[in-house]
Design a binder for this molecule. Structure first.
Ligand SMILES: Cc1cc2nc3c(=O)[nH]c(=O)nc-3n(C[C@H](O)[C@H](O)[C@H](O)COP(=O)(O)OP(=O)(O)OC[C@H]3O[C@@H](n4cnc5c(N)ncnc54)[C@H](O)[C@@H]3O)c2cc1C
Length: 406
């Protein structure tokens, strides 16, 4: 019989606990909040997007994608599917994104808590862990004003993202003490502040295509609904690009996003615009553009190009026509910063994958110390990919701990 202490009662820690509870092991979760799974309740706008039909490496960023390839495997993904099946979560699948059929994140929280109760796993709430020391083969964990000794310790304290849910980066500092390398955690899946601000289009949501360029080199593109704000840009497509640009931005690289406001035009834009104008030649340029674009976007684009609202398209110089088309098809915004940890869904970065066993998530630096969940340098896009990392690392670490009788 071993005593296993799991620090952090988020998705990864809870799932690890459920799998570690075997062979009469005593399993204890230490959670600083007065409830488990606080962040999980916020996921997917309160509906919890916990899984995805299409789980491929392209949906992740990491400094060690070659190692990640051994974690995001079909076999491990099957284990996640089986686990949710076993605990009785019925999915509702929307465009490949999985939510509980109830549409409530609380369903996942409550079903996981029920499993913890049925397995007699001890949960110590309001328990803030301050330090861990190793004494021979035992770990001594200081929390609140007391200590607890254990054989195995699991660190599942999450990242620095959304600290009001309890994850404040404690795990990084703790693991530095155990000589782990931390890839600088940066806010990701987050709104972006742009250098130029366009207050006139604030509040608009529009379907676009985005292309990201780093120091003028094409990096990636995204399609989806863009939210234009007074500080910059937001929306799932922006969040996904934020995951790709934060490291470059932090290193001082120039990050530019080109917005295609007219993704529905699939012939040369000049041809399309000429034809459209011919059919509506009595309209001013403003009236013409408002036929297919939000009037607030039209206002910004015309102002940006110094084009008078009442001009007719045919009256524009060739140079102005080109400038206008460029703004419709490649409106450039340069990224100044992100909206920070307080607003980010995850951190890009974390404990280097070079220092964990990808089959068990045990530290390669310390025996019987496991590191799981978002604390690791596994950085998924929107779509359930970050929780998938938590489920996989929770299942594999817990299974290893539970099966291993040393
Ligand atoms: C608004 C929002 C929406 C999101 N939506 C989705 C989504 O739809 N799909 C998806 O896949 N991902 C989503 N994510 C990301 C996902 O929630 C996280 O990746 C996931 O919760 C990480 O799980 P974790 O177990 O690693 O850590 P966390 O969920 O952060 O849990 C860590 C726990 O450790 C506790 N803890 C920390 N330090 C200590 C300490 N010193 N002592 C004791 N306890 C401590 C914390 O209180 C916390 O409860 C979203 C995130 C946010 C913020």
């Amino acid at each position: 019989m071993k005593r296993i202490v799991i620090i952090g009662g988020g998705p990864s820690g809870v799932v690890c606990a459920l799998h570690a509870k075997k062979n009469n092991n005593e399993v204890i979760i230490l959670e600083r909040n007065n409830t488990l799974l606080k962040k999980l309740l916020m996921t997917g706008n309160g509906k919890c997007n916990y899984f995805n039909d299409e789980i491929i490496l392209d949906n992740y960023e990491s400094s060690n994608k070659d190692i990640l390839e051994n974690i995001i495997t079909n076999n491990n993904i099957d284990k996640v599917r089986e686990f949710f099946n076993e605990i009785g979560i019925v999915p509702k699948v929307k465009n490949g994104y999985w939510y509980p059929y109830s549409n409530q994140a609380t369903t996942i929280k409550e079903q996981l808590e029920l499993e913890l109760k049925n397995k007699d796993i001890k949960v110590y709430l309001n328990s803030l862990v301050k330090d861990i020391k190793k004494n021979n083969n035992k770990y001594i964990i200081s929390y609140n004003d007391t200590e607890i000794e254990c054989d195995v310790v699991v660190i599942s304290t999450g990242s620095k993202a959304y600290p009001k849910t309890g994850s404040d980066g404690f795990g990084y500092e703790l693991l530095k003490k155990f000589n782990h390398t931390i890839i600088k955690p940066l806010p990701a899946l987050v709104q972006l502040e742009t250098k130029e601000k366009y207050k006139d289009w604030s509040g608009v949501r529009t379907d676009v295509e985005l292309e990201l360029f780093e120091d003028d080199k094409y990096i990636s593109s995204e399609k989806g609904e863009l939210q234009l704000t007074d500080y910059g840009i937001s929306g799932i497509c922006v969040f996904n690009l934020s995951n790709k640009l934060v490291r470059g931005l932090d290193e001082g690289k120039k990050e530019v996003i080109k917005i295609n406001f007219i993704p529905f035009i699939n012939i040369p834009v000049t041809v399309w615009l000429n034809d459209y104008n011919n059919k509506h030649s009595n309209k001013t340029i403003k009236e013409l553009l408002e036929g297919f674009l939000n009037n607030k976007i039209v206002k910004v684009i015309l102002k940006y190009n110094n084009i008078n609202d009442n001009t007719k398209y045919n009256e524009l110089s060739n140079e102005d026509k080109i400038k206008l088309i460029n703004s419709l098809r490649f409106f450039k915004v340069e990224i100044a910063s992100t909206k920070g940890y307080d607003n980010s869904q995850i951190c890009n970065g974390g404990v280097s994958l070079l220092e964990i066993n990808p089959n068990t998530f045990e530290s390669l630096k310390e025996k019987n110390l496991y590191i799981i969940g978002e604390l690791l340098d596994i950085n998924g896009n929107c779509g359930g990919y970050n929780l998938i990392n938590c489920w996989i690392s929770g299942i594999l670490s817990g299974t290893d701990i539970g099966d291993n009788n040393d």
